[in-house]
Design a protein around this ligand. Structure first.
Ligand SMILES: [Zn+2]
Length: 332
């Protein structure tokens, strides 16, 4: 590939269960023509029609055509086989072994690469965000779900079954809260966004008093944001829920350190964007655990815990980074 083509842009596409975001990303990581369209989940392949529409809409917004880009990177939820380009399992897209790469390459006529969306987030942070400069780092995504992905030796560590970093569905504390995966006691059931709201609702139903009741008309309206707002205003119950989440996440981070021994941890996802309260609770959790596990104390003192600064651009930049990491043209 000549120098000129190496600097051609890439289209990044983030596929979600309700919407698809796409944007043209140049070789310096600048986004233009960002579009959002609804995801058509009426059939498994209808999602790919939506992806095609998003790519074409993004290109037309920037005045480019498909012959002027290097290719497309696509971040998708669920279990992915990136080598074969197959969406193995994604319940919210109704995907079961969908040949995403080959169908999209047929539709668009350019090279396409797919990756799990948390893996895309890790690549995006590594290439464009808070993970820049680290050849070994762990990205921990906190939102409606929880998962991590590691960059090891400058590349995404994928594991064998696509599960490396799926710490959200590990029972760390021996608890028995029900999880959406069908398991019990999973980290997600204590520290993901919906879990914060559910714990608040349960405490109110058990008769605990809280500022939360003044922020919503009925307890069913409580969301993670409501818990953050109450905690910021000094509410005891909300503070305890965040402290509990911080303790669980602190333990999860110690395990990630034990497995990957990274230079840095980068926190991303909707739950930490502008949420200093949760990040503080996580730091306290890490400190508490490391007092019991002195082996990690020295590491935690020198290992930065960073928060993503990519904000709403993160998913599209991450998707573009999928392409760049595969092509290795500018990643190394
Ligand atoms: Zn689970």
């Amino acid at each position: 590939m000549n120098t000129e083509k190496r600097e051609w842009p890439v289209v990044g596409v983030d596929v979600g269960g309700t919407k698809i975001a796409a944007g043209v990303v140049d070789h310096l990581g600048r986004i233009s023509g960002q579009v959002k369209i609804p995801t058509d989940t009426s059939q498994p392949v209808a999602v790919l029609d939506s992806v095609e529409n998003a790519v074409r809409a993004s290109l037309s917004a920037t005045g480019l055509n498909l012959s002027q880009i290097r290719g497309v990177g696509i971040g998708v939820p669920g279990v992915v086989d990136p080598e074969a380009g197959i969406g193995v399992e994604a319940s919210n897209l109704r995907w079961h072994n969908v040949p995403v790469k080959s169908i999209l390459e047929e539709k668009l006529g350019v090279t396409c690469y797919i990756e799990n969306d948390v893996g895309a987030g890790a690549l995006g942070e590594s290439l464009y965000g808070a993970g820049q400069g680290y050849h070994n780092m762990v990205y921990l995504s906190l939102g409606t779900g929880i998962a991590a992905r590691a960059i090891v030796g400058g590349d995404l560590y994928r594991g064998v079954h696509g599960l490396a970093g799926e710490i959200g569905h590990v029972n760390l504390g021996g608890g028995n809260r029900a999880c959406r995966c069908g398991g019990t006691g999973c980290l997600e059931a204590y520290a993901a966004g919906p879990a914060l709201a559910v714990q608040a609702q349960e405490a109110l139903a058990a008769g605990q008093s809280s500022l939360l009741t003044e922020l919503v008309a009925t307890p069913q309206e409580i969301r993670a944001e409501t818990v953050f707002e109450a905690a910021a205003r000094g509410d005891k119950l909300a503070g305890e829920i965040l402290a509990g989440a911080g303790r669980h996440l602190g333990q999860a981070i110690l395990l990630l350190v034990a497995f990957y021994d990274p230079q840095a941890i980068v926190l991303g996802g909707g739950l930490v964007q502008g949420r200093e309260e949760l990040v503080k609770a996580i730091r306290v959790g890490m400190e508490d655990w490391s007092r019991q596990m002195p082996l990690f104390r020295l590491v935690l003192e020198v290992m930065p815990l960073k928060v993503s600064g990519l904000k709403n651009d993160g998913p599209v930049l991450g998707a573009a980074a999928i392409f760049n990491s595969r092509e290795k043209e500018i990643f190394k």
